[in-house]
Design a protein around this ligand. Structure first.
Ligand code: ZN
Length: 251
């Protein structure tokens, strides 16, 4: 293991802060083997996205959406929280971080032990599905088993509504409650730590900017440069597990 420059500075900023917020993107989950869908070569550059309106309008679009989702199920189902997730969990448990705002849909922050009410999911969650009409919850494994038998897009057993992963699709509005909570937490934070987001997807990427303008200390940990590096108080271009685990003393 190598020593990462800036870790001592990060540890000190965390020690000094009274109320931190973590903002996470794909980069924290790639260390768990979840692909970054938006990266060059990522799945969203290879396949045309299916928009929400098409999902509603077309049975073929619903089947294709589910075919793609089930094709990735082994990756999602087998992924486990990594050192970066564990470090964030420790910060929440110690009362240093009040909320985790995430662009990720993999549920790994909750799997690391963070109470679900402290995780704000801006793009929803793909580890389960809901009925778009009545909200009934469905687990992925039985939906997949049924799909492999009949090839049909799942329908709600209660109301026959369309069942869709609990994610925010292209063309679907941002979840209002999550956006509002993310804004409240951002404005209440004195330390805002970005982990593994290139900060290019708006409106999500607006939160670090808002935190900084509101007087919070802004830290960015990301392997590549981000659009807000010059704006941040501390930038570390390194692995999230090494940086956060090292700064907090979590393996
Ligand atoms: Zn229903």
């Amino acid at each position: 293991m190598h020593t990462v420059p800036g870790i001592a500075d990060l540890a000190e900023l965390i020690r000094m802060s009274r109320r931190g917020v973590v903002f996470s993107g794909a980069g924290i989950s790639t260390e768990s083997g979840i692909p970054d869908f938006r990266s060059p070569g990522g799945i969203w550059t290879q396949m045309a996205p299916i928009y929400f309106d098409d999902f509603l309008a077309s049975d073929a679009a619903r089947r294709e959406t589910w075919r793609r989702r089930f094709a990735m199920e082994d990756q999602f189902a087998n992924a486990e929280p990594n050192r970066g997730h564990r470090a964030v969990e420790a910060l929440v448990r110690r009362g240093k971080v009040s909320a985790v705002i995430t662009q990720n849909i993999d549920g790994l922050h909750q799997a690391s032990g963070i109470p679900p009410e402290k995780v704000i999911e801006l793009h929803g969650n793909t580890t389960y599905a809901t009925c778009l009409d009545c909200g009934a919850r469905y687990e992925i494994a039985p939906l997949r088993a049924a799909f492999e038998v009949d090839g049909k897009a799942p329908r709600c057993t209660r109301c026959r509504g369309f069942v869709k992963t609990a994610t925010v699709s292209f063309g679907q509005g941002m979840p209002e409650a999550a956006m509002r909570r993310a804004q409240e937490e951002t404005l209440a934070a004195d330390l805002f730590i970005v982990l593994g987001s290139s900060l290019v997807v708006y409106p999500a990427a607006g939160f670090p900017e808002l935190a900084k303008r509101n007087g919070a200390t802004l830290v960015i940990v990301n392997r590549e440069e981000t659009g807000l590096d010059r704006f941040a108080d501390l930038v570390l271009h390194d692995g999230i597990g090494d940086v956060m685990g090292g700064a907090i003393g979590v393996n």
